[in-house]
Write a protein that binds this ligand. Structure first.
Ligand code: C2E
Ligand code: CA
Ligand code: CA
Length: 544
């Protein structure tokens, strides 16, 4: 009625927030996955880069060694293997013509330099290591230290043939740092070694220590022709920096994915409201379930006896849905308990004042089978109506015979507890169910409502008359009241009154009415006795 009922505010339910939290948590997963992927990608990139660099370095080192090997082969072919002045002269020419070579010499099988193209050996020389160089084993590669020179020298020498020519080259020549991108060469480490890892030449950054090896990406390539291998290592940080753009793309992408998932988490609960149970729960929270009131008439006096509350769903678009369209869902979802509780409170608030002034008026509520599973309904009824303008003895609760009750014992206990509160219990739809009269008798109720089916048959079916007469007789003996429902014609009213039925409801009197119409009807056919008296009381107090 008031604005309170018309403004519908739906806050996200706890379930929705839960979904949002899960969404945010899930959004972290692709973010983490993307970062892992980036790490993996950068590692792979770095290793590939290092591998390429090693490959290129090895190729260049091999090429330079190859030039020297050709020269040595040429000298050997020409029989140059002694310190004979003609041989020395030939060696001098070769040295002059072959750029990488610093010195050409004749060396004995033990590695001692007999003479050089310059005539005498270049001072003290220490042989650090010797390794076979070619697959055929006709050339060895040696690391030498020459007197005062810091940098080691590399000597390639024909082997296994007595005295033989040898060529000295700076170790650096095997380190084609030109092969490396210059801006990175400072941090890139390159080592040329034999295939089993003995050092021949090192360049770039100092060889990484074992402890920071984890932060570097390393690749080693071995030469198939010579006893050479190249190892390149790059700092991870350097590769990362080079792919900074990728990182940025990653952050942006995972951010977008995260936002997308959060949006989905917000939207999905909303879409899930397409689910009928969620939808009806939302309708309940939005206050769409409202009471309608069907007047019940005392057909012996024509007075208003009260009303039965019949639930309606008033949708935001203004349409009103009948209980047949939603009661089954409310019952199967268990929501019927909450909805009934809310309905009782709403009825109390809407018509309580009118009922307070007419203590004989009854108000009936329909209960479902679920209400008799435990005693929650007893508490709900007490909390709704004790200390309320509607007294507990004005309340009638209708138990339908249509639905089978779970347990007769439990139902009887709940009914007894309700009757202890002062409320009356009616059996609804009597004659329509399968329970039979004996069953109804066992429940110990206060009223029976004869099903519309028998009322419809009045005047056409003789059995119907018999059944109604039997029920009235039975009710009289058990001190139960009889109410006829679905009465549509005046003939039916007369028939029922003649058979001793005292109360009836049906379209002949009024359909179920919205609260405001029902209140108007009450005032019209039963002007509040107390209202007048209260006015008089007020005047008298004012006069006094
Ligand atoms: P019911 O308790 O037997 O209610 C009587 C039904 O007959 C109501 O239908 C009422 O509108 C209709 N009716 C009343 N007089 C006449 C008449 O003269 N002619 C005809 N043809 N129909 C008449 P409604 O309101 O559609 O309710 C249908 C059923 O839904 C009710 O049957 C009751 O079982 C259930 N229901 C209604 N409100 C509630 C509720 O709050 N809780 C529960 N658990 N069930 C409810
Ligand atoms: Ca009913
Ligand atoms: Ca009924």
């Amino acid at each position: 009625m008031g604005p309170l009922h018309e403004v519908t505010v739906t806050f996200p339910r706890r379930k929705d927030w839960f979904a949002v939290l899960i969404g945010i948590a899930l959004a972290g997963v692709p973010m983490a996955a993307f970062n892992l992927w980036i790490d993996w990608f950068i590692d792979r990139q770095g290793r590939e880069e290092a591998g390429e660099l090693a490959q290129r370095s090895l190729a260049l080192a091999g090429k330079r060694a190859g030039v020297v090997l050709n020269t040595l082969a040429d000298l050997a072919r020409r029989g140059i293997d002694s310190c004979d002045p003609a041989h020395v002269e030939a060696m001098r020419q070769v040295n002059f013509l072959t750029t990488p070579i610093k010195e050409v010499s004749v060396v004995d099988p033990d590695g001692n330099t007999l003479c050089t193209d310059l005539g005498i050996p270049l001072g003290f020389r220490q042989q650090v290591s010797t390794h076979p160089f070619t697959a055929e084993g006709d050339v060895v590669i040696e690391v030498l230290r020459l007197g005062d020179r810091r940098e080691p020298m590399i000597r390639l020498r024909r082997a296994g043939v007595g005295n033989a020519p040898a060529a000295l080259i700076p170790a650096d020549l095997l380190l084609p740092l030109a092969a490396m991108p210059t801006e990175r060469s400072s941090a890139t480490a390159l080592a040329i070694t034999t295939r089993d890892g003995s050092a021949l030449a090192e360049g770039g950054a100092p060889r990484p220590s074992a402890q920071d090896a984890g932060d570097r990406l390393v690749a080693t390539v071995q030469s198939p022709r010579y006893n050479l291998a190249a190892t390149v290592s790059l700092p991870r940080a350097q590769v990362l920096a080079a792919h900074g753009d990728l990182r940025a793309v990653g952050v942006v992408t995972s951010g977008v994915v995260a936002l997308g998932i959060i949006a989905l988490a917000l939207i999905l609960p909303a879409r899930r409201r397409g689910d009928p149970v969620d939808e009806i729960e939302r309708a309940f929270r939005a206050g769409e379930f409202v009471p309608y009131f069907q007047p019940m008439i005392d057909i012996t006096s024509g007075r208003l006896r009260g009303a039965e509350v019949l639930i309606r769903r008033r949708k935001p678009d203004g349409t009103v849905a009948l209980p047949g369209t939603f009661i089954p869902l409310l019952e199967s979802s268990g929501l019927i308990i909450d909805v009934t509780r809310a309905l009782m409170r709403r009825v109390r608030d809407e018509v309580g004042a009118a009922y307070a002034r007419r203590p004989k008026l009854k108000i009936g509520f329909n209960l479902a089978a679920a209400h008799f599973a435990d005693e929650a309904i007893v508490r709900d009824v007490r909390e709704a109506f004790e200390d309320s303008p509607i007294r507990l003895d004005q309340v009638v609760l209708e138990v339908t015979e249509r639905q089978p009750l779970e347990s007769l014992t439990e139902t009887r206990r709940v009914i007894a507890a309700l009757q202890d509160l002062g409320v009356s219990i009616a059996i609804d739809d009597v004659g329509s169910g399968h329970s039979g009269l004996s069953y109804i008798l066992k429940l110990g109720v206060d009223m029976i409502k004869i099903d519309k089916m028998f009322i419809d048959a009045i005047g056409t079916d003789r059995n119907s008359a018999t059944i109604i007469e039997t029920l009235v007789e039975l009710a009289r003996n058990l001190h139960m009241e009889v109410i006829a429902e679905g009465v549509e014609s005046f003939e039916q009213v007369v028939f029922l009154r003649d058979r001793g039925v005292r109360a009836a409801q049906g379209y002949v009197f009024a359909p179920p009415l919205p609260g405001s119409s029902f209140l108007q009807l009450i005032e019209a056919i039963d002007p509040a006795p107390d209202a007048g008296r209260a006015a008089v009381d007020r005047t008298s107090t004012a006069a006094a």
